[in-house]
Design a protein around this ligand. Sequence first.
Ligand code: NAD
Ligand code: WQD
Length: 337
Amino acid sequence: MKNILVTGGTGFIGSETAIALLENGYRPILVDNLSNSKEEVVDRIETITGTRPVFYKADCCDLAAFRDVFEKETIDGVIHFAGLKAVGESVSKPIEYYSNNLESTLNLLLLMREFGVKNLVFSSSATVYGVPKRVPLKEEDPVGNATNPYGETKIMIERILEDAQKADPSLNIALLRYFNPIGAHPSGLLGEDPNGIPNNLMPYICQVAVGKRKELHVFGDDYPTRDGTGIRDYIHVFDLAEGHVATLKRLEDKPGLVVYNLGTGKGTSVLELVHAFEEANGIKVPYVIDPRRSGDVAENFADVAKAEKELHWRSRFNVVDACKDAYRFQKKNPNGI
Ligand code: NAD
Ligand code: WQD
């Protein structure tokens, strides 16, 4: 496998993965409709790696435009990042979320069949586990009852991919359930660039740290956790990107359908992340305690034993590293990319 189609390739995780692919001898072919990223990302990948990846501005929901990419390129495997991902927005715009996330995936499956492409890595999420009955979460734990339409799209797509693989056993598909990706490329050139008020904790902390927002709102300090704030498994986006390279290698064994948690295996509370950020960057992050955010769970972290064993991969960076990189990116790009 050499030529890897990367949908959503100019996004936060896609761009970092494009770099990992180039650094490991692959040829990434990026496709993105730029609904949540900028074309400038392609220039930055070139600055970092010295190689300009092929880029198509195309919407995966537009079958004709997407087919054009398959006609022009030889594709050995696909990493499918393209999708809408804002949890809160998915509650107010469910139709857009179901239609974008499902249609893009169905089009991809149609085109993979038409062009005989057999290998697919899908960006799923720990959100498919819903409210966990136990932590750490294992891949065989029950999936279902997501707390929002975004999460439901991931559950539905996992189901669609399972059915497609059952119907065509020559397909090799990896469902990667990411926990909480944070951090940025250490160059400070690429990172998370949300529009408007950040939904996620790390970009919000970064904007407080550069004075763009007054204080962090900590959503609840009355959870049954060690300091009362929510616990998550924060994984550096660089480690996550390398997890995709490891997964492509795993697909070469023709395993059929496989599922992996990509996390660190370690839980960090909101306040622990705030303190790690302060320690990493020598800066205070003012915060206030607000009520719980609806849909949040108390604690969520991964059992990563299966990924470590079968992918020969494990995370290398800790939250302090990720806080340094995220802050560097924020300072270099105060108004985004
Ligand atoms: P992102 O928004 O930065 O990247 C997604 C990219 O897909 C964007 O560049 C966007 O423009 C593009 N896109 C969206 N719809 C498209 C379409 N129809 N056609 C072409 N391009 C389209 O998000 P990210 O954080 O890099 O996430 C990548 C994937 O990982 C998503 O599927 C997301 O659901 C999943 N995921 C993300 C997280 C997270 O916290 N960041 C956690 C778990 C899973
Ligand atoms: C982390 C912790 C919040 C913001 C989401 C999606 C999940 C996956 C990753 C895509 C929680 C607290 C947050 C803030 C806070 N994405 N928090 N103040 O909710 O674990 O996961 O992103 O698949 O599907 O749900 O991530 O970064 O929003 O929150 O106190 O301003 O930080 O309550 O405990 P979450 P997050």
